[in-house]
Design a protein around this ligand. Structure first.
Ligand SMILES: Nc1ncnc2c1ncn2[C@@H]1O[C@H](COP(=O)(O)OP(=O)(O)OP(=O)(O)O)[C@@H](O)[C@H]1O
Length: 320
């Protein structure tokens, strides 16, 4: 492959009768990355994943997986992708091992290779205890693992998981997330989710999808850094409000401030710094210099949730 990209999406658009589900999006995923597609219901996550996995054609644009075009070279792409759809269409009447063998055969594995790979994925997805059980009798967590084992059985380089932890209990969620992280050591992984902590915990990079468009793409940490520009510094100081006002007025790094009484002599100061600089050291030094008592000095940190709300409501600032 000429470049390091496992996925290259260029100007992808998907229209269903009269409705644009994905609108001219472009992104790349490098080999070995774990990337999260984050978005609320209807954002276009499943549609994007279905196109990537050759389950349906795009209306416009191109998608390449490992350098192969999903439309004109679908067989090459399918061989390299393990896709777990949102409502995993498992055969509920089949037994776990029997089902995985059947799936491996469909995916073109020979008899011997099939046996070896089924053993491996049963082990990898901790399905040993239930390998002879009927799928329909399994808990949702185990069924999800069977779906993962199915996605992995033909040794794909790229794993695409649509809402892999939906409907699971907290313990099951934990173990499926751990499994995804483990897989990320040897595979490229694209997962979709509407659960924010999920991307924070499992992904190196996040693409925020909203209304069929990508609104932000970066590592969870960078998104947080980006958003913490303009974050306020809060401090509670025992001092006369007038003197505090005079102090913040003279500090060129403070663009705006609010002072409100809390209790006793304490005043709560909310300081908005210019250019997003961290003014806590200056604030601390100034208050110490004056011998005032301080009981809080914090900087608001934006969570990924705040970021998500911000980017998906782009007009909020204009309105206020
Ligand atoms: N087969 C279809 N025919 C018509 N409209 C569709 C079809 N599939 C999806 N849509 C619409 O396209 C938009 C994007 O749907 P998509 O399933 O890709 O979103 P999503 O982000 O995966 O959300 P969810 O988590 O709810 O599946 C939605 O408005 C949905 O109603």
């Amino acid at each position: 492959m000429e470049n390091g990209f496992m996925i290259e999406v260029s100007n992808l658009t998907k229209r269903y009768a009269g409705h644009t589900a994905v609108s001219n999006i472009s992104f790349t995923v490098g080999r070995g990355e774990i990337v999260g597609l984050l978005g609320t219901n209807g954002a276009g996550k499943s549609t994007t994943m279905r196109i990537l996995s050759c389950y349906m054609p795009a209306t416009a644009g191109t998608v390449r997986v490992a350098g192969y075009d999903v439309f004109t070279q679908a067989d090459e792409v399918r061989r390299r992708i393990g896709y777990m759809p949102e409502n995993n269409p498992l055969h509920p009447e089949m037994r776990v091992r029997e089902y995985l063998k059947f799936r491996a055969r469909i995916k073109g594995l020979g008899r011997r290779q099939c046996r070896e790979r089924v053993d491996t994925v049963i082990d990898q997805c901790s399905l040993g205890d239930v390998s002879r059980k009927i799928i329909g009798h399994l808990s949702k967590g185990y069924r999800q693992r069977v779906g993962l084992a199915d996605a992995l059985v033909h040794e794909p380089e790229l794993i695409i998981l649509d809402e892999p932890t939906i409907g699971l209990d907290p313990n099951q969620i934990r173990s499926v997330r751990q499994l995804i992280k483990d897989l990320g050591r040897t595979h490229t992984v694209l997962i979709s989710t509407h659960i924010l902590p999920e991307v924070e915990m499992t992904c190196n990079r996040v693409l925020i999808l909203h209304g069929g468009k990508i609104l932000a793409a970066d590592s969870p940490e960078n998104l947080q850094k980006l958003m913490s520009k303009g974050s306020q510094v809060i401090t509670e100081v025992a001092a006369p409000a007038g003197e505090l006002r005079g102090l913040w007025d003279q500090l060129p790094e403070v663009e705006h401030f609010d002072i409100s009484p809390v209790d006793g002599e304490f005043q709560r100061c909310a300081l908005t710094p210019r250019d997003g600089i961290d003014i806590r050291p200056q604030v601390f030094a100034l208050i110490k210099e004056r011998g005032w008592s301080m009981r809080e000095l914090t900087r608001n940190k934006f969570s990924l949730e705040d970021i998500y709300v911000r980017v998906t409501r782009p007009n909020e600032e204009e309105e206020s």
